[in-house]
Design a protein around this ligand. Structure first.
Ligand code: GLA
Length: 399
């Protein structure tokens, strides 16, 4: 992960690139929105269950200003080729559009669909320091960032929860990824030092201080992203919907998240096949685990929290089928290391990252040993990142 550049360096580079691309940097404003890591509660957010993510201090930065014509000009400092593209506020249809610009454009499109079409265009340069495809929500951070930029540049009447909904809506309907609300909510509503205990059934939430008593959260990036990511995700969602429809014949629920594990066991035979049953089981048990994990954290039982993280991993691996060999190596080898309280896959799956709770004085040997085993088994050099829990989107004043 690019932790080498400081925020001041990022802003300086952005300003320079903005001026090079758009002629000058007069009146340009700077913004940031974070990525997220989910501590527990995976694949529960589209099943009306609970999640427990926190915002990171890495994310996506923007330099932006309004234009006086209809042009939307987008430039990225990340990636190779096709950095710059230009569009019109009058043509936001998905046809003929592709690549990273679909995220900011989808947000402009979603605002328009909510009765907030942009009166004029804008120009923006972005830079992200979350690795793409790592499961740390680079796309949600770009969506929330764009929504925040538009709100500030045009004075649009939307609060941060609405920005999260707009981000999710655009990702579902413009980009075709049927994600839940977790990532956008975590990015929009993040609070320094806290994780967000969110009930996706009604979007009620509380902030829980992440006090780990002499331990740290460590993210390990497997650096693999399997092809299946989006289609596999959408398939899981469909399978859960089918299981829900089966269950609704015998029990009056609106979402799998309404069932306790005991209720699930009592009614599970109504589910048509074994695959659906396993997926639904994960959704129900993971939700219960998340509620319990938050209670354990609040009571200071970090070991119990860690055990629930491990159980979450096993369930995502064996029942929900969203892990992969590389991620299993990272989690299972972590469990064997001294000072590791818990470790699991985080995010949508099919690659990406694990998150672990590690004793302070074991962090460096954790990175060294896990890095070595992973290299031996896969030939890949993993990246390690000690989590700092950051806040939601912000404008950054520059001198
Ligand atoms: C992706 C989605 C989220 C959530 C997670 C799995 O990150 O964007 O909505 O479903 O996967 O928990």
């Amino acid at each position: 992960m690019d932790q080498k550049k400081t925020e001041a360096e990022i802003l300086r580079d952005l300003k320079e690139q903005f001026a090079a691309q758009y002629g000058d940097a007069e009146d340009v404003r700077f913004f940031f929105a974070p990525g997220r890591v989910n501590l527990i509660g995976e694949h529960t957010d589209y099943n009306g269950g609970h999640v427990f993510p926190c915002a990171l201090t890495i994310g996506t930065y923007a330099a932006a200003r309004r234009r006086k014509d209809d042009r939307i000009r987008l430039f990225s400092m990340n990636g190779k080729g096709d950095h710059f593209e230009e569009f019109s506020t009058k043509d936001l249809a998905q046809e003929g559009k592709s690549g990273w610009t679909m995220y900011p454009l989808g947000v402009v499109w979603a605002f328009a669909g909510r009765g907030m079409p942009l009166p004029e265009g804008f120009e923006m340069a972005i830079y992200g320091n979350i690795p793409n495809g790592s499961g740390l929500s680079s796309s949600a951070s770009l969506e929330v960032l764009t929504g925040f930029v538009l709100r500030e540049l045009y004075g649009l009447p939307v609060d941060l929860v609405e920005l999260a909904k707009i981000g999710q809506y655009s990702e579902n309907n413009y980009n075709g990824m049927q994600c839940g609300i977790m990532d956008q909510f975590a990015s929009a509503m993040g609070k320094e030092g806290h994780a967000i205990f969110l009930d996706t059934a009604d979007l009620s939430y509380t902030y829980a201080p992440v006090v780990l008593k002499g331990r740290k959260l460590v993210i390990t990036n497997s650096k693999v992203k399997h092809q299946l990511t989006d289609s596999g995700y959408n398939d899981r969602r469909k399978t859960c919907e089918a299981a829900l429809a089966d269950l609704q014949r015998v029990v009056p629920i609106h979402a799998l998240g309404e069932l306790t594990p005991e209720e699930f066991e009592a009614h599970k035979d109504a589910i048509a096949d074994e695959d659906r049953r396993r997926k639904a089981k994960h959704a129900v048990y993971e939700n219960a685990r998340t509620v319990q994990a938050v209670r354990e954290l609040q009571d200071g039982n970090i070991e119990a929290f860690g055990r629930l993280m491990n159980e979450s991993h096993v369930s995502l691996r064996d029942d929900y089928d969203v892990s992969c060999p590389e991620i299993d190596i990272l989690a299972e080898e972590a469990w064997k290391l001294p000072g590791v309280v818990g470790a699991r896959i985080t995010g949508g799956g099919f690659g990406g990252c694990t998150v672990a709770i590690v004793d302070d004085d074991a962090v460096s040997s954790y990175c060294e040993k896990l890095g070595r085993v992973y290299r031996e088994k896969t030939g890949i050099e993993a990246d390690f990142y000690i989590v700092e829990i950051g806040s939601g989107p912000r404008e950054i004043a520059t001198p």
